[in-house]
Design a protein around this ligand. Structure first.
Ligand code: NAI
Length: 410
């Protein structure tokens, strides 16, 4: 694996993250890079953009050009890109993980390494179920960059870069090898996390995104903004929002502690949100005196707006079905809630946000503290995969297959 000349890496996805990852990998000497972009017309848009512009230009802070590179092959057909791949990196919202893995599954070599950046919650349950026992899975805690596509297939801007990328594997014994490989390929420091359960519970997106949407909803759910008035998403965090975010984060830490006490799985990487922010953005936060100030003064977050949709008279209203909800609730909070039910840990702050966002998404995830079947099947909660006790949870976390002898009792 140290020989980059023979290493083939495939990026799956076509959004902002894929626009950074595919050219960035190509900037590493010798690596062969494929881009699998099956969504809509994205593959042909990529091919056209890359051909006309001569590659995808990555810009860093202050619009500094960092280089223009093109993947070797771009296709909407898995059979064109996946065969021969040693490493497959999915970079897409979590709701696209399963459709992407279903398409690549028939073409994967049994010894390949497949993972998602970021994995969000419960990636390994879905992936192990789909890909079988031999593939090494990995999940990263977050995307290393805040980034936005400027022009499809031609240009992307990196707004900020996290200092460290947390990463775990299934089976956990592979983490050293995969961390070494990804650190070298991505040019970021990778922190090895002992198991993917800690990545699921330590996923801060599930706290920050739905938590801020919940607070905006409480503040003024019908707010209308002229285009120039749309709030900065992260700078909108006030003391009240910070209170809710801290409560949700503390509940996840409690679930992690209960898991560690009952199973022995190491969960120390599940940290309170403020600690995570300070570790990830030490260079970017100018005032760390409170959680709210950490958000408000983080320069890496600057300019990222609250999600909106068009409303009447050219105004915009809050989009409560945006990725910040449709990804981070079913593939974040609901997964963590499923784990909390297995440890018997109460999560009132998380429950509140799940209940309100259920009404936004039109899917009931929770009723009387139990997961509802309807919502379960649209989530990656362990119960969806027949994991109904801590013994099964530990077994899957250690790389085992899911045994479906026990049907989901929800
Ligand atoms: P994005 O919103 O740009 O991704 C959209 C892309 O996902 C589409 O263009 C398409 O290629 C793919 N997609 C959507 N539905 C699909 C389907 N049904 N089947 C196949 N493909 C489908 O996402 P982005 O910004 O690249 O983010 C990727 C991940 O990184 C997400 O989990 C996001 O929450 C996370 N993240 C992103 C950050 C950013 O600054 N862009 C920062 C931190 C985390």
């Amino acid at each position: 694996m140290s020989d980059d000349e023979s290493l083939k890496v495939v990026v799956c996805g076509g959004g902002n993250g894929a626009h950074v990852l595919a050219p960035l990998l190509k900037s590493r000497t010798g690596v062969k890079v494929g881009l699998f972009a099956p969504y809509g017309e994205e593959a042909s848009l990529f091919r056209r953009g890359i051909e006309e512009a001569g590659g995808i230009l990555i810009r860093g802070r202050g619009d500094r050009p960092l280089g223009r590179y093109a993947p070797d092959v771009v296709s909407s057909r898995a059979e064109d890109v996946i065969p021969g791949a040693r490493l497959v990196i999915v970079v897409s919202p979590a709701f696209a993980h399963e459709p992407l893995l279903r398409q690549i599954a028939p073409y994967l070599a049994p010894d390949s390494i497949v993972g998602a950046i970021p994995s969000r919650g419960g990636f390994e349950y879905m992936a192990r179920d789909l890909l079988g026992p031999d593939i090494t899975l990995f999940g990263a805690q977050t995307l290393p960059w805040a980034c936005r596509t400027v022009e499809f297939g031609r240009e992307v801007r990196i707004l900020g870069q996290k200092r460290v990328l947390g990463l775990a594997t299934s089976p956990p014994s592979q983490v050293g090898e995969v961390a070494f490989l990804l650190s070298r390929l991505l040019g970021v420091e990778v922190c090895q996390i002992p198991n993917m359960l800690a990545v699921t519970l330590g996923n801060v997106g599930q706290v920050i995104h739905p938590g801020i949407m919940y607070s905006l909803w409480r503040r003024d759910r019908n707010a209308l903004y002229a285009p120039h008035e749309v709030l900065d998403f992260y700078a909108s965090v006030d003391e009240d929002t910070a209170y809710h975010l801290a409560a949700m984060s503390d509940e996840l830490v409690s679930v992690a502690r209960a898991l560690q006490a009952e199973t022995g799985l190491e969960m120390n990487h599940v940290r309170p949100i403020k600690d995570w922010l300070l570790e990830s953005y030490s260079q970017d936060i100018s005032d760390s005196s409170s959680l709210a100030r950490c958000f408000q003064t983080n320069s890496a977050y600057r300019g990222l707006k609250v999600p909106t949709v068009p409303a009447e008279d050219g105004k915009l209203r809050l989009d409560f079905q945006s990725r910040y909800v449709s990804e981070d609730v079913p593939f974040g909070l609901v997964v963590s809630k499923g784990i909390a039910l297995l440890t018997g840990t109460p999560t009132p702050a998380i429950d509140r946000v799940i209940r309100v966002s259920s009404s936004w998404l039109g899917v009931e995830f929770l009723k009387k503290g139990r997961l509802k079947l309807e919502g379960l099947h649209q989530s990656r909660a362990p119960q969806r995969y027949g994991i109904n006790d801590l013994k099964q949870l530990v077994s899957v976390t250690e790389g085992g297959m899911i045994t479906r002898e026990v049907l989901a009792r929800v």
